[in-house]
Write a protein that binds this ligand. Structure first.
Ligand code: HEM
Length: 173
């Protein structure tokens, strides 16, 4: 590597740091287009969830509930559970301003190849509430997160008819 090339790298790095300090650019960089909503601004609610460790426990209980509930079982009783749980932990952590970056797909494309109706959506929310209750998340903090999730029904509900799990997930078991 010659010295001119090295100098280019140093100057390039300098300018990208400078650019990221610009308020508009910083704002752009921090918005995660796949998250589904903007994160909370405070971090107290995240603490009420027991931090990331707490979220992992909640998602474990949540998944047990989803698999035991006949309304959601067809969607979650498959080998994708571990992946979905991990994605939910990251998504909730970022929504709660817990310092995470959700790396998954956006809500529309990740639910596009299945039929989710209002009843299935509500069933999932109910199971999530059971899991939060079990893990002693205060009611007001539960509601702060639920308020971030509720508008996502627009991207997740894909039918007003009968609910149906993705065909390829049904084949797994
Ligand atoms: C606010 C409500 C919901 C949230 C926040 C949510 C969040 C997520 C996330 C983060 C993923 C992983 C995305 C990725 O692939 O990277 C996912 C996948 C999935 N979700 Fe949801 N979800 C919600 C509602 C529902 C409902 C109501 C159902 C069905 C009853 C459902 C069924 C699934 C299934 C089956 C997958 C795996 C899809 C696949 O990879 O083929 N979700 N969801």
């Amino acid at each position: 590597m010659n010295k001119y090339f090295k100098r280019h790298i140093v100057i390039g790095a300098f300018y990208s740091v400078l650019l990221s300090l610009h308020p508009v650019v910083a704002e752009e960089m921090s918005l995660n287009p796949n998250l589904g909503n903007t994160p909370l601004e405070e971090t107290k609610t995240f603490q009420d969830f027991g931090g990331k460790e707490g979220l992992v426990k909640i998602m474990d209980d949540f998944m047990v509930g989803l698999v035991n509930d006949p309304r959601t079982k067809p969607f979650f009783d498959n080998e994708k559970q571990t992946y979905i749980k991990a994605m939910l932990v990251e998504q909730m952590c970022e929504l709660l301003n817990g310092g995470c970056r959700y790396p998954g797909r956006d809500m529309k494309s990740s639910h596009a190849n299945m039929k989710v109706n209002r009843a299935a959506f509500n069933a999932l929310v109910e199971q999530f509430q059971f899991a939060m209750d079990k893990n002693n998340v205060p009611f007001s903090s539960q509601n702060k997160l639920l308020a971030k999730l509720a508008p996502m029904y627009r991207d997740i509900e894909t039918t007003t008819g009968v609910a149906e799990a993705p065909v390829e997930l049904n084949k797994v078991k």
